[in-house]
Structure formats: C-alpha cells, structure tokens
Unconditional design. Structure first.
Length: 241
C-alpha cells in the first residue's frame, strides 16, 4: 500500500511539469514531506472543457452513500488505496474508476518493510525517481455532497503488486502512469473496463525508482520537513541478509 507520500513542488512547477492548460487552485497547498490520509492533496484531471487542470482533494475516497460528515470523514482512512486487481468491482471505487480518474503528483512515497521482505519489519523507506521528476500516481476521485450542501472532493491512489527491488520492501506499490498514457487515462469518456485495466499494465513498472531507508521519525504525522526523506545507513541487524 501507499500510506504516506511527499509533495513539495510549487503550483507553478506542477503546472509546467504536467502541462496544465486549465484551472489551478486559487491558493497553493503547503509543501509537505509527510502527507497522511485525509489531508488535502493535488490531483491532475481533465476538465469539462477537455483541458488538464490542477485541483485539490482530500486523500481517502468518500462513497456517495454516506449521510453525514462524521461517517464520511471516518471512512476515508479505509479508502486511501484502491487495488488494481479489484478496483473495477469494489462498490467504493468502481464508479470513480469508470468516470473520474486522475493523476496524483508526488515527489516520492514511503513504504514500511514487511516481515516477509528483506529488511527489519516496519523499517520505513522513501521511494522516488532517480531524475527527481514527480511521480504521476494513477488515481481516482469523487465528489460528495454533505447534508449542509458542502461539496468535498476526495481521491484514492491505485496500487499493484510490487516488483524488483521494491518487492523486497513491501508487496504493494502505487501504479505509476506513463506520460504517453495520461490523455487516455484522464479522458472521462473512456469507460471500457478492459481498456482501463490495460492502461495500468506495462513492462518494468518500477523503472527509474530508487528506494532508500529513512528515519523512523516519519512514523509520526506531526514530523515534517525535507529531513523526512534523508537517507540513513542500515546496520547488519536491520537487514535479513
């Protein structure tokens, strides 16, 4: 799964990097190197005018059936990730998968080593691109209207089975959408399930990604700053080999 990630680039940088031609938020989100569920995040989506726009959403998809703010917000922490293998059939995710897909920009994401991996269980790792460009995480978003009329946009990150070096840390990883597939992925008119599934399948999904161990300081949501992503050296007792 992907339970924390970092996004520190300015709106101007994201607009340029993702080729935004439509709207962007009136107010920028603060740089955050320890983004946790329910926090506001950026997403890239296609507007009704068929332009790429930068918007914000609360991390954790809210199902349309929730009747009040409390249950809607409580549900989010259980819906931050959608599995590629079942997204098209799960009630929480399937409508958004068909109608409202997005990209979620990230500097990198954190993963915690599992007991069946190559490292001490719960050791945190930071995973980012070698070239320092943003990750384009495949995502879905939805719109929920509260009883008071407030509109809340929420989003989830799509995950898949991990491969290569990443599989030695954790068995899941986010789906990273190649740039040449962005247009089709974001097009709300594309609703064929088999086509959408095929867009998430490609060789070497871990290409260009580099993981390194980081301090357990990242375990606390209150801790923030670029130091969260700083590499640390693991001792022999912290690996299984």
């Amino acid at each position: 799964m992907c339970g924390r990630f970092a996004q520190s680039k300015s709106m101007a940088e994201l607009v340029e990097e993702f080729g935004i031609t439509g709207n962007a938020p009136h107010s920028p989100l603060p740089a955050n190197w320890n983004i946790a569920p329910t926090l506001e995040i950026y997403m890239v989506r296609q507007s009704v005018a068929n332009e790429l726009e930068l918007a914000t959403a609360s991390w954790g998809l809210i199902g349309h059936w929730h009747k009040d703010d409390a249950t809607a917000r409580a549900s989010q922490s259980h819906a931050i990730n959608a599995r590629r293998e079942s997204i098209f059939e799960k009630p929480t995710f399937r409508d958004s998968f068909r109608k409202s897909r997005c990209l979620i920009p990230a500097d990198g994401y954190y993963e915690w080593a599992t007991a069946d991996g190559s490292y001490k269980p719960k050791q945190p790792f930071y995973i980012s691109r070698e070239d320092k460009k943003s990750l384009a995480l495949a995502g879905i978003w939805s719109q929920w209207k509260s009883p008071t009329g407030k509109i809340i946009h929420s989003a989830a990150i799509i995950t898949r089975e991990a491969v290569g070096t990443l599989a030695g840390i954790h068995h899941r990883m986010p789906v990273l959408m190649p740039r040449d597939r962005w247009q089709q992925w974001l097009d709300p008119a594309e609703r064929d399930t088999e086509t959408l599934i095929s867009l998430m399948e490609f060789p070497a999904p871990d290409a260009g990604l580099t993981p390194h161990a980081v301090s357990e300081e990242v375990n606390k949501v209150a801790n923030n700053g670029v130091a969260m992503t700083a590499p640390i050296v693991l001792g022999e007792q912290e690996t299984l080999f």
